[in-house]
Design a protein around this ligand. Structure first.
Ligand SMILES: *Cc1c(COP(=O)(O)O)cnc(C)c1O
Length: 434
């Protein structure tokens, strides 16, 4: 296994190793890192996949991207700690499956990326006595909780999470403000984009460089790449049906779907991808008009997808060598408003008894639309959060009371601890004093 090199998609920074890319997050020219080579997995691997454990599959999928920088036994250990829960595919109706990615510690699909990244960082920091990293992350909802939980107690890493005050659910807020230890929450008087802007500013601020800031958003390759695993796990479970597969991802920053496309690049036979969005429709608009026009984000009931300028879209274009024709063959994108989302939540529940939540419901909508063009295929939508995470929407819409899972119960009675900030200078003061 040799070294994998990563280049910046702005093409104005030196190539770096896996380790450097993980620690830096973003390249010095502000570009996203992208692997220099992508080698498809062997035909044998796909032929045998149903006989492999999730851990074995994950190891095969990720090892070329890590290269020799983490020894095989350590990488296997990291993967085992990352994948300590299930990823079931649940039949919702004929030919339509929900891939439930929410059985992890914070009941959000981001648990996998956060756990994998934190353990890679811990590995790289293991011999550095006084060289701390500070993970700085902005969250519109679910990232924060997953990062907080994934990094809790990881040696040599402090975590600072910015979230928009009053714009995340009570459960989400508790998941990121109650853990303590190396996890600090900053409650920002503003919207998600204000949080994101402050984080970007901090990364550009020369005076802060000694802090070794790193990101834990899906711009970081160690957060982004392990999301490939989901698509392999779904394939493994549904392969025996012998039908082409269409995947629909409820998309915000487009990291998850971009990882799915990477899985396809590794040889996973996926017929088509749907990026389903809420009214933050920059990508559906791009596909309709050919113009990529980032917009300020709008608040919706699927708030983890309230993103006006999806950071990973550039990686998707790179995966298609910026060939729009090829890209459009594999990929469609649809946008849905909150009313349609609420209605379909109700319909799914009425027709099949399945309880989705707003993000999964948007994925389901996009999937159903696309499936009209793929008779003979099966469709899989990604359920990215447990309905309890969005109970403010799900309970009134379905007229039911959801039982509270143990993972959530454990944070509900904890005391919230956050620091309120409004400006970048306050963030800077906080980082410099901690
Ligand atoms: C983050 C998130 C998404 C969007 O994922 P991207 O990789 O940013 O496209 C969808 N649903 C939930 C619940 C999320 O937390």
């Amino acid at each position: 296994m040799k070294k994998m090199e990563y280049y910046s998609l702005n093409h104005n920074a030196p190539k770096v190793s896996f380790q450097e890319a993980v620690i830096q997050g973003l390249a010095p020219d502000r570009g996203l890192y992208f692997p220099e080579n992508i080698t498809p997995l062997s035909a044998d691997f796909f032929k045998n996949i149903e006989n492999l454990s999730n851990e074995e599959i994950a190891f095969e999928a990720i090892r070329q991207f890590v290269g020799d920088e983490i020894p095989e036994t350590n990488l296997k250990q990291i993967i085992a700690e990352t994948l300590c829960f299930d990823f079931p595919t649940i039949q919702v109706e004929d030919g339509i499956y929900s891939l439930e990615l929410y059985h992890g510690p914070t009941m959000a699909f981001k648990d996998v990326g956060a756990r994998f990244m934190s353990r890679c960082l811990a590995y790289f920091n293991k011999d550095k006595k006084d060289n701390k990293n500070t993970v700085l992350v902005a969250t519109s909802g679910d990232t924060g909780g997953a990062v907080a939980s994934g990094f809790l107690g990881v040696a040599g890493v402090d975590v600072v999470i910015l979230y928009p005050s009053g714009k995340v659910s009570d459960i989400q807020e508790r998941q990121l403000t109650t853990l303590g230890q190396n996890i600090k929450a900053l409650e920002v008087d503003g919207v998600f984009d204000d949080c994101q802007d402050m984080v970007k500013k901090a990364f550009l601020d020369e005076n802060l460089e000694y802090k070794n800031l790193t990101s834990a958003n899906s711009i970081n390759i160690a957060r982004w790449l392990p999301q490939m695993f989901y698509f392999f796990f779904a394939y493994k479970q549904l392969k025996s049906q012998n039908k082409p597969m269409v995947f629909s991802c409820p998309s915000g920053n487009f990291g998850n779907i971009c990882a799915g496309i990477m899985a396809k690049k590794l040889g996973l036979p996926i017929e088509h991808f749907v990026a389903a969005t809420n009214v933050n429709d920059t990508v559906p608009q791009f596909l309709a008009t050919g113009k990529y026009e980032p917009k300020p984000s709008k608040a919706t009931i699927s708030n983890a997808m309230d993103v006006g300028n999806p950071s990973n879209f550039i990686r998707i274009q790179e995966l298609y060598n910026n060939d729009l024709k090829k890209f459009e063959k594999d990929f469609t994108s649809f946008s849905y408003d909150d009313e349609t989302t609420r209605q379909v939540l109700k319909d799914i529940y009425k027709n099949s008894g399945y309880i989705a939540e707003p993000h999964g419901a948007v994925g389901y909508l996009g999937l159903k639309k696309e499936m009209q063009k793929h008779s003979g295929a099966i469709g899989i939508f990604l359920e990215t959060a447990h309905p309890i995470k969005f109970l403010d929407v799900v309970e009134p819409v379905l007229g039911i009371k959801l039982p509270i899972p143990a993972q959530i119960e454990s944070v509900l009675n904890q005391e919230k601890i956050s620091v309120k900030i409004k400006t970048y200078d306050e963030l800077k003061a906080f980082l410099q004093s901690s």
